[in-house]
Design a protein around this ligand. Sequence first.
Ligand code: GLC
Ligand code: CA
Length: 559
Amino acid sequence: MGIKKYQDRIIYQVYPKSFKDANGDGIGDLRGVISKLDYLKDLGINTLWLNPIFVSPQVDNGYDVSNYYALDEKMGTLRDFDELVKNAHKLGIDVILDFVVNHTSDQHPWFKDALANPDSLYRDYYIWQKGRHDALPNNWGSFFGGSVWEKDPQDEDSYYFHLFDKRMPDLNWRNPEVRRSMIDIAKFWIDHGVDGFRLDAFIHIAKADFAQNMPSHGKKGPQVAEMFFANLPLVQTYLHEFIHNLREYKADLFILGEAASADIDLAVDYTDPKKELCDTVVTFRYFENDQSKLNPALPAFGQPLPLRIDIFKDTMVSWQKRLQGISYPTLYLNNHDLPRILTKVAKNSAHKKAAAKMLATLMYLQRGLACVYYGEEIGMEAAVLDKIEDFEDQQATAFYHEALKAGLAKEEALKMLSESHKMASRTPMQWNHAEYYGFSATKPWKYGKENGVNVADEQADPSSILNYYRQVLHLKQKPLFIEGNFVLEDTSDDLYVYTRMLNDSIAYIICNLCDKTVKYQVKGSLSDKHIVLQNGNLSLDEDNVLTLAPFSSLVFMTE
Ligand code: GLC
Ligand code: CA
């Protein structure tokens, strides 16, 4: 069993804490996932990606791992895991695990030993620097706010490096023992039947010389210094060693790399099969916000902004074209690090259904691997979290206090944050009408005001978003939508129109991106083409001019 070619994969991302709670403690778990495998099969996916499930103090919801060889007890047991893999494989679904390679938890025995004992073998598993004249080693800033340096509690003059939370110290990949340990961990999980890994934040495993400050251009405080800790050439050296070793162990291991800030040139490097690195990478560059819409009276972090459609188009085209003949990009609309896109794109509730369908049509019929984030297939949106603590984020808290000072009501500030913050896209899957949406018998670990859509309703309605997703994912399995050439038509930013072509068959995909009716002149005759997917009201006049209702979309093909 299993998928033969990586480009045939249709991935579904499950945030395990929020998918289905089987034992009623308010936190999703593996038995919950097992109980929903038939649902996933029915949707038409063939690969399941689970966000981290290892032992963790949960400072960053599992991305802070304190034991890579055991499951967080809230998730279940290793036996549950084995059952999950076995049942998934029976249904033709492969399982890939999120693997955190850049850092561990500060509660990991390696780090605890490194702190407790200056002569520890594990000291060199992490990154240490002396301070400079009573100050931090440099001005580099962490992604989670503040400096990347934290004082060694045992040694006033030493600091350890953390790119994310200070309770998540970075591993030192220069140390061959670290590299060997990570390979051993991966092999352990391959032995438990996993088919691949999503490599978390791998682009950061090499760092530049710490002597250099990040030019601050007069800005005070620590500065995020991507040029010194992202995508350095040594990343590829370490990654190659890691992946080469694992592919010798399991030849068809699937590697999906998280390369958040990678541009297309780096994507070419990271996915060129000759280099034996990742099969595919996820960039965050598809979705840029329109910074011109920022309110200068409030901090930038925390403000919901519309998408830059022009940048989106340019980025998509370059990822579609440059990877042709090399690899396949990952196609996604949402993930656990982004606010849910539907909330951003369609403001008017009357348009939500059409917009959700249009977005799936636009994204997943392009060239690449579809990766659906749990709940988007039923139209879930950013939930409104009603307490600032629910965001678990110092930058969110800072925004909140500034916003209140600037005169915003609490509810307004929380709504803005919910529409722009990753945490609001991690709320429980909405299964049915029961209390807590059938996710759990008790109040879920994260809970907000949701938009009320649910799987049961969607299953019952033939015209639902869910049933439309099934159709899109079914089409996606056709060679035309896997291997076909991609051409984006030059249109106004209200429209997204492209063709896929393979041998004699062509598909035309026409999407209205806006909340207005838009006209589009269809090229050539339509008599030899048939509609395979229709979403929303459309009409065609005698001159082949299509009138597309807000957020409608259409796919037609010649065969
Ligand atoms: C990745 C994850 C994110 C996490 C970070 C640190 O970017 O997707 O959720 O916070 O890595 O592990
Ligand atoms: Ca549970």
